[in-house]
Design a protein around this ligand. Structure first.
Ligand SMILES: Nc1nc2c(c(=O)[nH]1)N[C@H]1C(S)=C(S)[C@@H](COP(=O)(O)OP(=O)(O)OC[C@H]3O[C@@H](n4cnc5c(=O)[nH]c(N)nc54)[C@H](O)[C@@H]3O)O[C@H]1N2
Ligand SMILES: Nc1nc2c(c(=O)[nH]1)N[C@H]1C(S)=C(S)[C@@H](COP(=O)(O)OP(=O)(O)OC[C@H]3O[C@@H](n4cnc5c(=O)[nH]c(N)nc54)[C@H](O)[C@@H]3O)O[C@H]1N2
Ligand SMILES: [Mo]
Length: 816
């Protein structure tokens, strides 16, 4: 047993292993001081501070959480935990938790009983249904609740109320993952498995800072890199992330040029004939068009557009083109941009033209970000229909209506469900008049915050916020519902490689806080939602019965859960869907046999035009892909919407640091994590800093056409012309933006625009300028030194956690 400062040493001790070997077990744990692990109860769950699905047990003593320990037997983490997993649970016990409902009375939020709070919501719902109909009602949910909760919400909103305005913050997060999978494979569902890391010879990370955002997955990569026959790593990211530092080739393109780069790589792969023609001929359509399209992207041209060395493009293409085992992961550097789907689809294309799917080491992970985002999509709470049913296929609507026992016309499908950027537009215009926000904090996380704050504060909008803290969004609400959360309620969720975990209740929620599921069930009951025979529409009453209902809904669909049960999930480890009576152990890789979920009658989507976003007609799809093969879709590069100009000469990108989760409602209340990254900073290159006479610790103002933010300067190895702001810092702990109007939240600066196919907003390219605030030289920025924000040079104090961050590591010799 060793003790490690897991703030200073984010990834812990290496346990090297060879290709095709078994990743050794390392059990990480962190308990409150003086707690003897022999005297606690251990309750099974998995992490909800990212999409990795790290399995862990919560230590419970005297009805309180007192620590966590990784689950050695779990397929995802073999016992390991990241810093947020180790320390994050302490937020549950914060004194600032919401414990009673709040209602707005004479302009003020005041405490109320559940009866009064729910009564207000139900009364308003009924009034609006009478006056305007279901189009007055909008639901904006999350990627952080449980499967059972999303399914219940989907049923009551789509099937009961009949509104089409249901989306999740998954739209901001990984809508593009779903969209790219639908474009290429006709359906959502990650083809790959985390075990592909054990077998891969090349691992390519496309706009994904895995080291900071899926720390345990990165430990697996680091352990391969430290072992015999390590994989080569290709990294595409404008910042010097820990991934970039470990890479064989690091391409740091200009933000917003991913499609040009991908076309250049495909150009080289096709020109050198590194193509698996047998695979392509028997399993895909569209190759000729791709070959034609990428002919216009020779490396010299791509190097110019992306501003990367021409030889690096060739070298990356050679690595990708000559390996037999390629694993790719894709995330926000690709997803949060103007050609998000087009870029992510080109990663799929590399795997298709090279036949790198469905075999060990040949994985493709269009990653998720949030812990339960996969379930938002599966269960139909995010602008999809449950079970990956196709909203433009009448037979699928009829089938769903049968499962729900409602008339098909009760399920709105006249157009695709409304995406959140459109929902806020409708709220702004006044046609959405009640918006119910659950487990998301749009007043910090949506683009262009001045606009968002103003439209959420309108008198005519009835805003309901269901959260565990009084967030920036909750402060604007008419009714605030206090939720119970992870560790205080039971349910299941699914990670980015389709692994389903059960999360059991460990302790009681604080005060009168209630599980989100109970809140939805109560709402459905009060509205007396009925099926077509007059029975209750929502006929389940607790997590397990909700799960059983969901299993029936998923039966026969790609995300088939019918072979799973709470009991099976209690047996020790997560299980990957599809899981049926015939495959009770789950399914490691999709498409192992080159068969896709893409048949016209079965597929989730007929696809979209990636430039306009227009949905394809069923007849068009049938003509293009009658046999349901994979679809190779080419795309032309288009420049970003907002390019640097004389006034705004730089490009702003935004994103994450390892120690915080999103708007910090939880990690900001955890001492070890908050101390590691206490305040906002801005990353700038040495060359740009020189030009602007900025040095480490200077106070700078970052301005875009939307607003400005003040932050301390950190000079890093970020590419020239680009500045980076973490988006974690809102206002709950520091008060509203100052009188000078300059804020702290990165989204004061971002633009109201989205990718045409996935509708995911563009958080990663805006034209910006930076100036020094005179006379404000201060101490070094409080940015971490252990991460992508490491200083290029200069005086920053190393990030350490000290005694408070000592966690145990137990390495068990080589097997699990
Ligand atoms: N520590 C931590 N972990 C998390 C989260 C968290 O908040 N904190 N959130 C979780 C969630 S919900 C998500 S969605 C994931 C996100 O995980 P990531 O996608 O890994 O995180 P980001 O920092 O948003 O973006 C990744 C990288 O994109 C790069 N990038 C910016 N613009 C471009 C571009 O034009 N091209 C390319 N190729 N790269 C670009 C940035 O430099 C950044 O390093 O993390 C999950 N895990
Ligand atoms: N500029 C910029 N903006 C971004 C991004 C970026 O990279 N750059 N990334 C985007 C991405 S990928 C994401 S995922 C979003 C995240 O944005 P948000 O979803 O707004 O971020 P969170 O802080 O995770 O908000 C979740 C809320 O749910 C509450 N909560 C936690 N658990 C529970 C629960 O069990 N029940 C209930 N009812 N509430 C709960 C938390 O207190 C918190 O207020 O931000 C997006 N915005
Ligand atoms: Mo996300």
């Amino acid at each position: 047993m060793t003790q490690t400062d897991r703030i200073a040493d984010v990834w812990g001790t290496r346990t090297p292993y060879p290709r095709d070997g078994v990743w050794p077990v390392r059990v990480d744990s962190f308990l409150e001081h003086d707690v003897d692990p022999e005297t606690v109860d251990w309750v099974q769950t998995a992490s909800i501070l990212h999409s990795n699905g790290d399995a862990l047990d919560i230590a419970v003593k005297d009805g309180r959480m007192v620590g966590v320990r990784g689950r050695a037997q779990d397929r995802v983490n073999h016992g390991r935990l990241g810093p947020k997993d180790l320390f994050g649970w302490q937020a549950n016990g914060s004194r600032e938790r919401l414990t009673r409902p709040l209602v707005r009375r004479d302009g003020e939020l005041v405490e109320a009983g559940w009866g009064e709070a729910m009564d207000r919501i139900v009364t308003r719902t009924r009034e609006l249904l009478d006056e305007q109909g279901p189009s007055a009602l909008g639901f904006y949910t999350t990627g952080q609740l449980f499967l059972e909760e999303y399914y219940t919400l989907g049923v009551l909103a789509h099937g009961g109320l009949g509104t089409n305005h249901v989306d999740g913050n998954t739209r901001l997060c990984t809508a593009t993952a779903a969209a790219a999978l639908k474009e290429s494979f006709g359906c959502d569902g990650q083809p790959g498995s985390y075990t592909d890391i054990d077998h891969a010879d090349v691992i390519a990370l496309w706009g994904h800072n895995m080291a900071e955002t899926q720390t345990v997955l990165w430990m697996r990569v680091l352990d391969r890199l430290a072992g015999p026959n390590p994989p080569e790593v290709v990294c595409v990211d404008p910042r010097p992330t820990p991934v970039a530092r470990a890479a064989t080739v690091h391409l740091a393109p200009r933000p917003g040029t991913n499609v040009a780069l991908m076309n250049g790589l495909l150009h080289e792969i096709i020109r050198n004939d590194w193509v698996d023609h047998t695979y392509v001929d028997s399993h895909a359509v569209g190759f000729d068009e791709l070959a034609e399209r990428v002919r216009g992207y020779p490396p010299e041209k791509v190097a110019r557009i992306c501003d990367v060395p021409e030889d690096d493009v060739r070298e990356a293409a050679r690595i990708l083109g000559t390996t037999d085992r390629l694993l790719s992961t894709v995330l926000q550097g690709f997803y949060q941009s103007h050609q998000a789907t087009a870029a992510a689809v080109q990663v799929n294309n590399i795997h298709l033209v090279r036949g790198m799917l469905g075999r060990p080491g040949c994985g493709l992970l269009q990653m998720n970000g949030q812990p339960t985002a996969q379930n938002t999509r599966e269960a139909g709470a995010d602008g999809d229909l449950p079970g990956f049913r196709n909203w433009s296929n009448d037979a699928h609507i009829a089938d769903l209506a049968k499962v729900w026992n409602v008339d098909p016309i009760e399920i709105p499908h006249y157009s695709p469900p409304t995406h959140v950027m459109k929902m806020v537009r409708y709220a702004e215009e006044g046609s959405i008049r009640m918006l119910w926000v659950q487990a998301t904090n749009p007043a910090v996380s949506l683009p262009e915050l001045a606009r968002i704050r103003s439209l959420l504060s309108q008198e005519r909008l009835f805003l309901v916020v269901q959260d565990i803290f009084l967030t920036e969004t909750a402060e604007l609400a008419d009714v605030v519902l206090p939720a119970a959360t992870w560790g205080e309620k039971t349910g299941t969720f699914t990670n980015a490689d389709r692994t389903v975990h059960l999360s059991e209740k460990a302790v009681d929620p604080p005060g009168e806080a209630r599980p989100d599921l109970e809140i939805f069930l109560d709402y459905a009951r009060r509205l007396d939602l009925r099926d077509k025979d007059g029975g209750p529409l929502v006929h389940w009453h607790d997590p397990e019965s909700a799960f059983e209902a969901w299993k029936e809904c998923s039966r026969g669909r790609p995300c088939d859960y019918s072979g799973l049960s709470y009991d099976a999930l209690r047996q020790g480890s997560g299980i990957q869907w599809p899981c049926t009576e015939d495959s009770p152990e789950g399914t490691e890789r999709l498409y192992a046999d080159g068969q896709f979920f893409a048949a016209p009658d079965y597929c989730e989507s007929y696809g979209r035009d990636m430039v306009t976003g227009a949905p394809l007609e069923p007849t068009e799809y049938r003509a293009m892909n009658p046999e349901g093969r994979a679809i190779i879709k080419a795309a032309e590069y288009l420049p970003p919407h907002e390019l640097p100009s004389e006034d705004f000469p730089l490009q702003l990108i935004t994103g994450r640091t390892v120690y915080h989760f999103h708007t910090r409602t939880k990690t900001g209340r955890v001492p070890q994590l908050q101390a590691a990254a206490p305040d906002v900073w801005v990353e700038i290159s040495t060359a740009d800093a020189d030009l602007l006479a900025l040095t480490e610790g200077d106070l700078a103002e970052i301005t875009t056409p939307r607003g400005s933010v003040r932050a301390r300067v950190r000079v890093t190895g970020i590419r020239e012309g680009v500045v980076f702001l973490p988006f974690h810092y809102g206002y709950w702990d520091v008060g509203a933006p100052g009188p000078d109007g300059a804020g702290r939240a990165a989204n004061e600066l971002t633009i109201t625009e989205w990718d045409p196919a996935s509708k995911q907003p563009i958080f990663k390219t805006a034209a910006a300028r930076v100036r020094k605030i005179d006379g404000a030289a201060g101490p070094p920025a409080s940015a971490p030194t252990t991460t992508a924000s490491a200083p290029a040079s200069g005086p920053a104090a190393p990030t350490r956690g000290g005694d408070a961050a000592l966690a145990d590591e137990r390495i068990d010799g080589g097997t699990r």
